[in-house]
Design a protein around this ligand. Structure first.
Ligand SMILES: N=[N+]=NCCCCNC(=O)[C@@H]1[C@H]2[C@H](O)[C@@H](O)[C@H](O)[C@@H](CO)[C@@H]12
Length: 446
């Protein structure tokens, strides 16, 4: 591979999320979140795993920042747990919660690491779920209030803000299929939750424009959908799947409209949304964050309500989470974003994979060649997209640490750093050492 040069200022980092790494969910005045409640509900997570301890980052944060510096990270994407800040979701501010993130940001900056802060990575305060959660139209105001608390506290030091992480997973997992908190299963609730999440995104961006002085964006998980055949059924199914995952959130956020396929998918469960709502949702953004994991070769099926699904590829390589390794899909996807939405700056805000990692060997090595291969090919795919004219400003590897993979508990390891959950010892895997060299060479050693 000829030497790849990345744009000046391209930011190399890693990503995590509060509930997946912090532990101590109720420490220092925090309130419970829907994930605290969900994980403590029998049968909701594998082995009954919870975020009560996780990677104990709430207590080990300083050593974790030291580890990030040793790895040479230039940026670190993390999320704030809303219920540490507003234990009841709105109103009273828990200063100890604000102070935790303020200290973390100061430590990152002192170590030359740029913070990218995600306001919402799935852990809604339980008190707000009790008031209807994302089904309540007031959620837009609740979220803008929480965002404003954080903007006032940190905007002088945090220069890149994200409103929501992956509204598609929040609603497809939490409201349609029930695999994620709050565990609802309703075709009728799903569009309402989606719409209110996007109204909340718009309200938080509007609030930022009054308070903040830097950049704010939205993070989506999107994946290219390729028809399994050229049949009319598979072509239509692919169009539905593409609209449902890839256009459902970017179209309202950037174009101020929903794709027409959503009415076809949800039928009588798709409300006629007010124009004023779409105006609120469509706010000027400074960037879009793309979380990429895999592609989907899509066929028509009888799945509810999408009537489309992925076809396993006989010659494909798959990760521990059953996702096909398909780097070219990332290039195709980034070019599609540019062509559909224009030259909006993009960050790869998550990319990585879970493979079966061997235990820590003598001398502290964790050999993870499959992850290194995955990362090398996907970072190469990012470069191909840059060469194709996409304005990509950075790459955040998912994830810094092995962590709590939501309902799958601790069974899947996405980290470039191994975590021994018994001792909390961190051990950089070969992929971390490799990534450090990629960063130091600004991509040239890829
Ligand atoms: N079929 N299929 N398609 C793959 C769909 C991927 C959807 N899951 C994500 O994007 C989540 C994102 C999340 O931010 C993080 O909190 C999760 O830990 C990672 C790993 O799961 C990813």
């Amino acid at each position: 591979m000829s030497q790849r040069t990345f744009p000046d200022g391209f930011l190399w980092g890693a990503a995590t999320a509060a509930h997946q790494i912090e532990g101590s969910p109720m420490a220092d005045g925090a309130g419970p979140s829907i994930w605290t409640r969900f994980a403590h509900t029998p049968g909701m997570t594998l082995n009954g795993d919870t975020g009560d301890v996780a990677c104990d980052h709430y207590r080990r944060w300083k050593d974790d920042v030291k580890l990030m510096r040793e790895l040479g990270l230039q940026a670190y994407r993390f999320s704030v747990s809303w219920s540490r800040i507003h234990p009841e979701g709105t109103g009273r501010v828990n200063q100890a919660g604000v102070d935790f993130y303020s200290r973390l940001v100061d430590e990152l900056l002192e170590n030359g690491i740029e913070p990218l802060l995600t306001l919402y990575h799935w852990d809604l305060p339980a008190a707000l779920e009790d008031r209807g959660g994302w089904l309540n139209r007031d959620s837009a105001d609740w979220f803008a209030e929480y965002g404003s608390t954080m903007y006032r506290a940190l905007d002088g030091r945090v220069k890149k803000w994200v409103t929501l992480n992956e509204p598609w997973v929040i609603t497809d997992g939490g409201y349609l299929h029930g695999a994620l908190a709050p565990g609802h299963r309703s075709k009728y609730e799903t569009p309402i939750a989606s719409h209110n999440l996007m109204r909340a995104h718009g309200a938080a961006v509007k609030a930022y424009r009054d308070i903040g002085k830097h950049e704010i964006g939205l993070v989506v998980n999107i994946e290219p959908k390729y028809p399994a055949s050229d049949s009319a059924e598979d072509t239509a199914a692919t169009k539905r799947a593409h609209a449902y995952m890839n256009e459902q959130y970017l179209d309202p956020a950037l174009l101020g409209r929903y794709p027409p396929e959503l009415k076809e998918i949800f039928g009588d469960a798709w409300p006629d949304w007010a124009a004023a709502d779409l105006e609120l949702i469509r706010q000027q953004l400074d960037f879009i964050g793309i979380n990429y994991y895999t592609r989907s070769v899509t066929q028509a099926n009888d799945s509810y309500p999408l009537k489309a699904g992925a076809v396993r590829q006989p010659l494909g390589t798959y990760t521990e989470t059953g996702w096909e390794v398909y780097p070219k899909g990332l290039t195709d996807l980034l070019v599609w974003v540019k062509e559909r939405y224009g030259d909006i700056p993009m960050y790869i805000t998550e990319n990585g994979a879970a493979f079966f990692d061997p235990p820590v060997a003598e001398g502290g090595r964790v050999r993870d060649p499959l992850r290194m291969d995955y990362l090398q090919k996907h970072i190469g795919a990012v470069h191909d997209a840059i060469q194709a004219g996409c304005d990509i400003r950075g790459y955040m590897l998912w994830s810094l640490l092995d962590n709590l993979e939501w309902s799958l508990g601790y069974s899947k390891r996405f980290g470039m750093v191994h975590v021994n959950y018994g001792t909390q010892e961190r051990t950089p895997k070969d992929s971390a050492r490799w990534y450090s060299k990629v960063i130091a060479s600004h991509g040239a050693s890829l």
